[in-house]
Design a protein around this ligand. Structure first.
Ligand code: 3SK
Length: 511
C-alpha cells in the first residue's frame, strides 16, 4: 500500500516494495527469515488485530519481546496502525513491569513465551490492559499472536506527520523510577540520515548483527532502522548474547557490521584469547556504545580482528549516537567528535560555556531529540532546554577537538550499557532482612568497566553465612539480573552529611 504520509513505516518498510526490494531478506533469526515484502504484508495486518480488541490509535502497546522476527512486524505494524509501541527491556523484574505497564497505560502487551512466567503474576493488576499476545511457544490461555494474525485482514496505513509521537522507550531515572521517552516518526529517519549514513556509511549489501537488543535505543537503530533505511539485512540473536553465542552467530552469518557494548567486547576478547575470531572475515566496521570503551579493549579487538571499534555516545533521549569516532580516524580513549547534524556544548553548573579543556556537562542539539518524557513535566523541562538536551554526562574537549568522558553529573552509571541507579540497588539490598543500610557506587572490574559495588551495614546479630550470595540474588530478583553488586563490603557505618545524606563520593574514591 503506497502513501505519501510521513509515517515512518512508509519509508522504512513499504518504500522497499516500490523500489523493487520486496524479495530481499530483511531479517534472519535462527532458521527463519523475513523478507521486506513479508514484513510489509504482515505489518499491514496489525491494525486489524488491535481493532478486534478495541485498541485504537494513540493507545500504547507494550512489547516484552526477544529479538525475534515478530519484533519488527509488531513495531512497524503498530506505527502503521497509529498505535504507539513501547519496547521494554526483557530482563526486568515483575515489579518494574507493573510500574511501566501502569505508567504507560498500555492496552496491549506482546510478550515472548519464555518471559510470560515473569509477567504472569502482575497481569491481573493492570487496569488498562485489554489483550495479551504471546509470541512463540505455548500461549498458556492468552492470545497466540501468530494464530490471531493469520485471521487478520490488511488495513491501510494511518497517516502521520513527522512530528507525531511514534513510539516510546523507557529510560531509568536518578531515583530509579523509569521514565517514558516519547519519540516522533521523523526521528527514526533522522538517526539514519545522520549517524547511519554519514558515520557508518551503511549500504544495501551490509549484513548487520547487533548484540545490543532491539528494545534498547542503541539496538533499535543498529539492528532495525539503520539496515532498513537502505534495504540491508539484519541477523537477530533471540537468546542471551554470550561470547559463545555471539561468535557462533557471527560464524554462521559473517556480518559486515557488528555492534556491541564494551563489556561484551571484553568478554569476547577473553573468550577468543589469541584468536582466530570466528565469523570476522567480512567485517568492515564494529561499533560500541552504552558506556565508554576502554582503550585496551579497542586496541586488542583491532589486533584480533583487524577492524577498529567505533566508540560512540548516544542516549535514549537523543535516540542514537550523536558523538563518535570515525572510520579511519579512531582514537581509543576518546568519544570522537560530533556526528554531522548534531552540535555539542560543554557547560558549567551555571550554564556558562566552559573554557579550554575544563570539564563540563555535555549538551546536544540535533534533529532526533525526544518530544519529552511522558507525564513528567518538570523533568522534561530540565532535560530538554529549547533545542538543547542535557545529557548528564561530564566531558572534556581536548585541544584536537575530541571529547573525553569524565563521569556522570549525578550518581548514575551504566552496566553493560544500561543505566543503574544506586538508589534502586540500595533499596533492593535494604529489603533483605539482614541489611540495615546500604550504599552503591561504581567500581572497575578487571576490564576497566564499571559494575556496582555495595557497602553494607548489617543489622545486629545478622548471620553472615551465605550472605553475599543471598544479597546478590535478592537484588537480581528485585530489580533485574544485571544490576546486582559484584562486590559487597561489610562496614560498620556509612559516611553521611550532617543532614543524613550518604556521601557516595567518599565511597567512590574508596571503591
Ligand atoms: O548509551 C548510549 O551510548 C546509547 C547509544 C545509542 C543509543 C542509545 C544509547 C542509550
Amino acid at each position: 500500500m503506497t502513501t505519501t504520509t510521513e509515517n515512518a513505516a512508509s519509508y522504512f518498510v513499504d518504500r522497499h516494495l516500490a523500489e523493487g526490494r520486496g524479495g530481499k531478506t530483511a531479517f534472519i533469526e535462527g532458521d527463519r527469515t523475513l523478507s521486506y515484502g513479508e514484513l510489509a504484508a504482515r505489518s499491514d495486518l496489525i491494525a486489524d488485530l488491535y481493532a478486534r480488541h478495541g485498541i485504537t490509535p494513540e493507545d500504547r502497546a507494550a512489547m516484552i519481546a526477544l529479538d525475534v522476527l515478530e519484533f519488527p512486524i509488531i513495531f512497524w505494524g503498530s506505527l502503521k496502525a497509529g498505535i504507539v509501541p513501547v519496547p521494554l527491556n526483557t530482563l526486568l523484574s515483575a515489579d518494574n513491569y507493573r510500574f511501566i505497564l501502569r505508567d504507560s497505560r498500555a492496552k496491549a502487551l506482546f510478550v515472548s513465551a519464555p518471559l510470560l512466567e515473569t509477567v504472569r503474576p502482575i497481569l491481573g493488576d493492570l487496569p488498562h490492559l485489554r489483550a495479551v499476545f504471546v509470541l512463540g511457544g505455548d500461549s498458556q490461555g492468552f492470545l497466540d499472536f501468530s494464530a490471531e494474525l493469520a485471521t487478520c485482514r490488511p488495513q491501510p496505513m494511518q497517516p502521520a506527520s513527522a512530528d507525531e509521537v511514534a513510539f516510546w522507550l523507557y529510560s531509568s531515572g536518578s531515583t530509579g523510577a523509569p521514565k517514558g521517552v516519547r519519540h516522533v516518526h521523523g526521528s527514526l529517519k533522522g538517526t539514519s540520515d545522520t549517524y547511519a549514513a554519514q558515520v557508518l556509511g551503511i549500504r544495501q549489501d551490509d549484513l548487520v548483527f547487533s548484540a545490543a537488543k532491539l528494545f534498547f535505543a542503541y539496538g533499535l537503530g543498529n539492528g532495525m532502522t539503520f539496515p532498513m533505511s537502505v534495504g540491508a539485512t539484519t541477523a537477530l540473536l533471540s537468546g542471551r548474547p554470550t561470547p559463545q553465542s555471539v561468535f557462533d552467530l557471527m560464524a554462521e552469518v559473517r556480518p559486515t557490521i557488528y555492534c556491541g557494548v564494551p563489556t561484551l567486547y571484553a568478554a569476547m576478547l577473553a573468550h577468543a584469547k589469541e584468536g582466530p575470531a570466528p565469523g570476522c572475515d567480512r567485517l568492515r566496521m564494529c561499533v560500541s556504545a552504552g558506556e565508554a570503551l576502554p582503550r585496551e579493549v579497542g586496541e586488542k579487538w583491532r589486533a584480533l580482528t583487524g577492524v577498529d571499534i567505533l566508540d560512540g555516545v548516544g542516549s535514549t533521549e537523543m535516540l542514537h549516537i550523536f558523538l563518535s569516532n570515525r572510520p579511519g580516524d579512531v582514537v581509543y580513549g576518546t568519544s570522537g567528535v560530533a556526528v554531522p547534524g548534531y552540535e555539542l556544548r560543554l557547560v558549567d553548573e551555571s550554564g556558562k560555556e566552559v573554557e579550554g579543556d575544563a570539564v563540563g556537562e555535555l549538551l546536544v542539539n540535533g534533529p532526533t531529540a525526544a518530544d519529552g518524557y511522558w507525564n513528567k513535566r518538570d523533568k522534561s523541562r530540565s532535560t530538554f532546554e529549547g533545542v538543547w538536551t542535557r545529557t548528564g554526562d561530564k566531558y572534556q574537549r581536548q585541544a584536537d577537538g575530541r571529547y573525553v568522558y569524565c563521569g556522570r553529573t549525578d550518581d548514575m552509571f551504566k552496566v553493560s550499557g544500561i543505566w543503574v541507579a544506586p538508589f534502586e540497588v540500595e533499596q533492593a539490598l535494604i529489603s533483605h532482612p539482614s541489611v540495615l543500610e546500604a550504599a552503591v557506587v561504581p567500581a572497575l572490574d578487571e576490564n576497566g568497566l564499571e559494575k556496582p559495588k555495595a557497602f553494607v551495614v548489617l543489622k545486629d546479630g545478622a548471620a553472615r553465612d551465605g550472605l553475599e550470595d543471598a544479597l546478590k540474588d535478592c537484588v537480581k530478583e528485585a530489580i533485574g539480573k544485571w544490576k546486582y553488586p559484584r562486590w559487597i563490603e561489610l562496614v560498620d557505618e556509612l559516611p553521611k552529611t550532617a543532614t543524613g545524606k550518604i556521601q557516595r563520593y567518599k565511597l567512590r574514591s574508596q571503591a
